[in-house]
Every structure is written in C-alpha cells, then in structure tokens.
Design a protein around this ligand. Structure first.
Ligand code: GLC
Length: 732
C-alpha cells in the first residue's frame, strides 16, 4: 500500500503519519549501510518490511532504483528511501579537500564545486550528502582538519554556507540538488591531543563564540540536516546532548530540519559511559531529538518498548518521523523517487574539471620565493627535473574522503608538465623516494644525479592521502620520511630547487626552507593538481592562496592560532629569550617573563591568512567612512590596495577587529570580513567593507549574546599580521 502522495504538503505528510503504525514510524528512523555487498537479502527484507528509512553507501543508480522500487511497491507504507553518501569535496571529479578550498578564500568557487559534485552524485542516485564539515580545527595533529575550513569561525561559516548553497541549489527538490548536512555538531575539532574520537573539553564561552558560530550560519543558510558528532562535549556525548540539540539548535536557533547521528554514535553512548545499554542509549538519543540513527540498531530494537513503557512519548516519535518525511518531501522524493535513467550529469565533465582546475590553482599558498625565482620563464630553460613521491600519484593527490573519486581523471604534475612542455623543454622524472615515508636510498641518488643535469628542479613532496582524514592523526607533523634530507641533497647540486608540498594538514616545514628557493604549499588539490602547478610555475596564474590555519614552528606550539587571548603577560619581541641564551647556573626567576616557549618563542612559522604573490600589494588610506553602529547602523570602511608588481594578481584583503575590553576576555584579533580582488599590475583598487552590530555580538558573561560598548581596533591587510590600523567606538 503506498501512502506516498504525489502532492506532498505538510498536511499530506501528517496524513501519511496518521496511517503509520509505530513499527512503520520507527522504520523511518533507521539508516542502514549498504556498502560492501550489504545490499543483500537481509537489507531487501528489511526494506520490504518498512524497517529502513535511508540507505548509506549505495552509489549504483540501478541498485538504488531497485531498492527504491521495493520500498515504494512492497513496503507497508510505500515511503521512498533517501540514499546518502559522503560527497565531501567532489564525487567523480575531485576538488581540493575542504582545507584547500578554504585556502582559496573564494567562496564562489566552493559553491560552484559543490553544485557540480551534487550533480555527479545525483546521477548515481544520491540525494543526501554528509557535508559540509564545519568543525573549527586548531590542531593540525587531528587528521580531520583536512575536512574542515581551518581554524577560523568566519571562514568555516562562509565556506559552509557556500557548500550548502551549492549542494542544495535554488530548489532543493530540483534534479541535481542534494540535501546538505552540517557536521559534526559540535566542538569535535577540539579533540584532545589531536587524537580522533577523544574528548573535547570545550568551555561554554569557547563553544558559543567559536565552535557554534559556523553551525548558526549553516542553519541560517537553510541546511537540510545536521549531524551530531562522535565526541563528547565537556562530558556529554553530542549524540545525547539534549541541551545543545533541542536547546540551542532547535529552540534557540529555530532549526526545523533533520538531525542524524554519526556512524554508530547512538550505540557508542554506552561505550562513552553515559548510558548502561542500548535501550538507554536509544532513550537518550531520542530525547535529544536525534531523528535518524546511522547504522546502529538501538532505535530498531528498543524504541517500541520505550514508547510502550511510556518513557518516550509518541509525540516525540512523530516529531522525529516528520523530520524524516519533511526531508524526503523537500528533496522531491515523493515526486521523483527514482533516479531518472536519462538524467545527464547536468554538467559536462569538462565543466567539472575546469572548475577543479581553477579551484586547485587558487588553493596553492606561496610561502617563499627567494629572488623571485618564480615564475619560471619557459623560454629560459631547456630541461626541468620533476622529483618526489607526490609528483605522479593520481590517487594520492585527491586527498581524503574520495570514495567515488575517479583517479582516471587525475592529471598529475608529471603528466601536466609533459603535456605542456612538449618538445621545447625536456622533462626528466625520477621519483627519488618510493613513498613520502621512505628513506633516501638508491632511488634518491639517481634522482639527485638527474637533477644535477637539469636547469631547474621541482621537488613534489608531502603526505599521501591516507596520512590525514578520519582516524588518521599524527603526534608529529613533520614531513614524513627522509623528504627533508632528499631536498637537501637536491639543493646541494647547486640547482634552483622549487619545493611543492601536497598534504592533508599543516606541517612543520621549517627544516626544509633553507634548502628551497621557493615553496608552494597546497592541501591535496584534487583531480587537476598537475595543471594547477603548471599554471603557477610558469606564471599563467599568480599564487593567490592564503593560509586558513597557522603554520607552527613545532608540534610543541600546538594549539597555536591567531585569534588567541592576550593573557596578562603577553610576549613581545623584546620580552623573550632563547633557551640557548640561558647561561649555566642560571638562577630561577620569572620576573619580567612573558608568554612564550624558551625554544620556539611565541610566533608561528607562518601566520593565518599569509600567502605571497607574484605581485606586490601596498595598502593605504584606511578610512572609517561612517560609524553608525551605536544607532544600530553600519560601520563603513574603505582601504586602497595597489599592485606595484609586474603581474596582474588576486589579493585577499582581510579585515580584523579587536574588542579591547569585554565582560569576558576577547581575542587579540578576529577576522570579520575579507574580499578576494583582482588588481591589474600597476593599478589600485578601493575596497569597501560594511560591518553591522551582529559582527560585534558575542556570548557574554551574562550568558546572552550582544554587543558591549567600548573601544575597538580595526586592521586591514594581506594576513592576520595586518598593521594598517584605525580605531573606533561603539557607544551603546
Ligand atoms: C563517519 C564520519 C562522518 C561520516 C559518517 C558516514 O564516521 O564521522 O563524518 O559522514 O561516518 O560515513
């Protein structure tokens, strides 16, 4: 009997609900894993009995339609299944990992990429993705920093919005649109020691003013779903966190979408030790309004009993089921339950690879460029030597979370240089190291020998994809293996050495800088890594990436991030000393000491927002045009940026603010706005920003959001070290 109605309005859904048994309702609250051949008879049976609402990890459109037909025609209520997949940074065509997308500071590109990914996924039968991941991540040891948009709440917020808009499109029910899912609610990026699945001891103020902000923006952007994190939040696992899910997400913010647990995270409440068994886990998750249980079966096994015992109200179950039915309605499943066989990707493959190329090019951050060694003039070289374990790795360059990525589409650096240079320049390739973790051996010797005979050397190194991502965390974040020694030997040939680092996380790379004339840093740039590198090396494109994180000197500096608190004894250049300067027999003293490490000082290797260009930008004329914040209006700011270089180039103009005095201590700087703008060589552009009171609102000591009057500092520049400054007041 199919209750699915062609016209589906709110009341239609209630009509469906009223005709459902309790078992039918509980079936909608269950997501089953269909990967690895689990789309077997037991799954078919469960669908037929109406005990499945969603399937994850089936990406064969034919199988999707077969399972859907069983649901529609053979299950008690005929309610369509929603098929889900982790489409994180592409489906077949792979875009830079989200951390790399953040490095572009170009949200338009992120939205375009998500739209293209949605279209490719839709063609495979997917209607729901578990992205964007918007966990503010300040610990590069944590493997999942790769999936985030870095250390800053604003960057995570605006890129999260861009991806949501890309995935969900103008019309969530249209062909090619898929439901997005903001994850992992909340604070997961603060995993202790940078170890995945560990505790997050986040203070209430930090939770409110840092980690919740991107999710607030995602809700405002209309995200269809939210996923609870695997971690506990200050002692309460997110999947049982009624105060955060019901209290903040739903009641305070008005989120009316669906909340899905993470993989087995309902069942894991007992592992956390917040529940004694599955029955209690089902109770706590349902009470928190986790609408769908991903892959575990606590709801399936215990919700009926909990309702019969009066511990869970039918109204709670109905609200959960309505969330599921509403999601299905909103993505058009009641009207178009099958993946249309004639559905084209809606976009050509070239459109996807073109976007991947542009986004990869913009994701590279130029950290060093001694004597303007880059860009290289092709006419001036007869040979180029490509070496390194990442120079020809079509799969590794895709990065983490690429279940469906087609490495056959990958253009590696080696391929790109061979295609680009043809006959007018010899391309020599030697891997030099088998993997990024290898030691220098015969391969390295051969590579160094070959390099010594070429005009310029490109060393393409970093981390393989598997060294970051979920559950892949590192206690040391150095370049693995003998890569530094390998580059040292290359430099010892006396040749120009350009180092290109492809990794899934920030790395401590200070020890390679002395051996590199130039360093380009990228976060696994995806399918079009090779053409992007070619563009940058030969100057078709000027590097425009900026770090979405702080690059530490050593792992011992972590956590280190730009928007830190000042403390009572902040370090300054003249207040620190080096461990090497401490004489033997030094007496114990702390007088005059400040906040720094004896061995690494207080500054990072490279700051948040940093990135060089082939152009040079000059900032001037920072002016407050008007300040009507006190009256509830805007603060309008203007700054002039000049490109005094010889090449047209993009600059990311960044605006930071400091609230000098607050009812709680405030960060020394906070990114409040940015604009990526193309400035032709020799020209200037005036950039204007407009900030509202909301930009200065925070969760205060009184446990309410609001703006506190007082004095503020404002800086604008090309990184978080921006020093062009004005001050202003908010009077009330
Ligand atoms: C994983 C991840 C989550 C992902 C889910 C489904 O454990 O934590 O981000 O969406 O399971 O694959």
């Amino acid at each position: 009997m199919s209750l699915a109605l062609a016209k589906n309005t709110e009341e239609d859904l209630w009509t469906i609900l009223e005709q459902m048994s309790l078992r039918d309702k509980i079936g909608q609250l269950r997501q089953v894993d269909g990967s690895g051949g689990r789309a077997d008879q037991s799954l078919l049976g469960a669908i037929r009995e109406g005990r499945v609402g969603s399937v994850i990890n089936v990406v064969d459109p034919v199988l999707v339609n077969e399972l859907q037909q069983i649901a529609l025609e053979e299950s008690p209520c005929g309610i369509p299944l929603v098929f889900a997949r982790d489409v994180i940074h592409g489906f077949k065509t792979i875009f830079p990992i989200p951390l790399g997308q953040a490095a572009t500071w170009n949200t338009d590109l992120a939205k375009e990429a998500a739209r293209l990914a949605a279209s490719e996924a839709y063609a495979a039968g997917i209607r729901w993705t578990f992205a964007p991941m918007i966990d503010v991540s300040r610990d590069p040891r944590w493997g999942r920093i790769a999936e985030s948009f870095g250390e800053d709440p604003l960057l995570n917020a605006v890129f999260g919005r861009a991806m949501i808009e890309g995935f969900q499109g103008e019309d969530l029910a249209a062909l090619g649109s898929i439901a997005a899912c903001a994850k992992h609610f909340v604070g997961y990026g603060d995993s202790e020691s940078g170890i995945d699945y560990s505790s997050t001891n986040v203070s209430e103020f930090e939770l409110r003013n840092v980690h919740l902000e991107p999710f607030r923006e995602a809700v405002a952007a209309g995200v269809a779903s939210v996923m609870s994190s695997l971690s506990d939040v200050d002692g309460i696992p997110a999947t049982a966190h009624r105060e955060l899910i019901r209290g903040v997400l739903r009641d305070e913010w008005g989120f009316a979408g669906l909340v899905v647990s993470d993989w087995d995270s309902v069942k894991q409440l007992t592992v956390h030790g917040i529940t004694a068994d599955d029955r209690e886990a089902a109770y706590q998750a349902a009470e928190a309004r986790i609408d769908i249980e991903m892959t575990s079966d606590a709801y399936e096994n215990h919700l009926e009993d909990l309702v019969s015992a009066g511990e869970i109200g039918v109204d709670t179950i109905d609200a959960m089921v309505m969330s599921v039915l509403t999601l299905k309605k909103n993505i058009g499943l009641f009207d178009v339950p099958y993946t249309p066989k004639d559905y084209k990707l809606g976009v050509s493959e070239s459109a996807a690879t073109d976007c991947a190329h542009r986004q990869a090019s913009e994701s590279f951050v130029l950290l060093k460029n001694d004597n303007a060694v880059l860009p290289i003039d092709r006419k001036e070289i007869d040979s180029i030597c490509l070496v390194g374990p990442m120079a020809d790795q079509p799969q590794e360059q895709l990065g983490t979370w690429v279940f469906d990525g087609d490495s056959g589409l990958s253009v590696t650096p080696l391929k790109a240089f061979q295609d680009t240079l043809h006959k007018d320049c010899e391309v020599v390739f030697e891997r030099g190291l088998e993997t990024t973790r290898s030691s220098c051996g015969e391969l390295a010797e051969v590579a160094v020998e070959k390099a010594s005979c070429c005009d310029v050397v490109l060393a393409i190194i970093g981390e393989e994809a598997i060294l970051s991502g979920e559950a892949h965390c590192r206690a040391n974040i150095n370049l693995p293996g003998d890569q530094v020694e390998f580059v040292r030997r290359l430099k010892a040939t006396g040749k120009t050495v350009i180092v290109i680092i492809l990794s899934g996380r920030p790395l401590t790379i200070g020890n390679i800088l002395p051996h590199a004339d130039a360093v380009l840093f990228a976060l696994h740039p995806g399918t079009m890594t090779g053409p992007a590198i070619c563009d940058l090396i030969f100057g078709h494109t000027s590097p425009s990436g900026k770090l979405p994180f702080t690059l530490p000197k050593s792992v011992g500096q972590i956590p280190i991030y730009y928007s830190k608190k000042n403390g009572g004894r902040p370090a300054t250049h003249d207040s620190i000393m080096s461990i090497d300067d401490i004489p033997a027999g030094a007496e114990q003293t702390s007088f005059g000491m400040t906040a720094f490490h004896l061995d690494d000082g207080f500054e990072p290797l490279f700051p948040f927002g940093f990135g060089l260009s082939y152009a040079n930008f000059e900032y001037s004329d920072l002016t407050i045009l008007s300040n009507e914040l006190t009256q509830g209006g805007k603060l309008k700011v203007s700054v002039r940026v000049g490109n005094i270089g010889l090449k047209d180039a993009y600059e990311v103009v960044q605006l930071y603010v400091r609230d000098r005095v607050g009812s709680i201590t405030r960060p020394v700087r906070e990114l409040k706005a940015f604009e990526k703008i193309l400035i032709p060589a020799g020209q200037v552009r005036d950039v204007r920003f407009s900030l509202s009171r909301a930009d200065f609102s925070f969760y205060r000591r009184c446990r309410e959001y609001g703006v506190e009057p007082g004095a503020f500092d404002l800086w604008v520049g090309g990184s978080s070290l921006a020093d062009l400054h004005v001050a202003f007041e908010i009077d009330a």
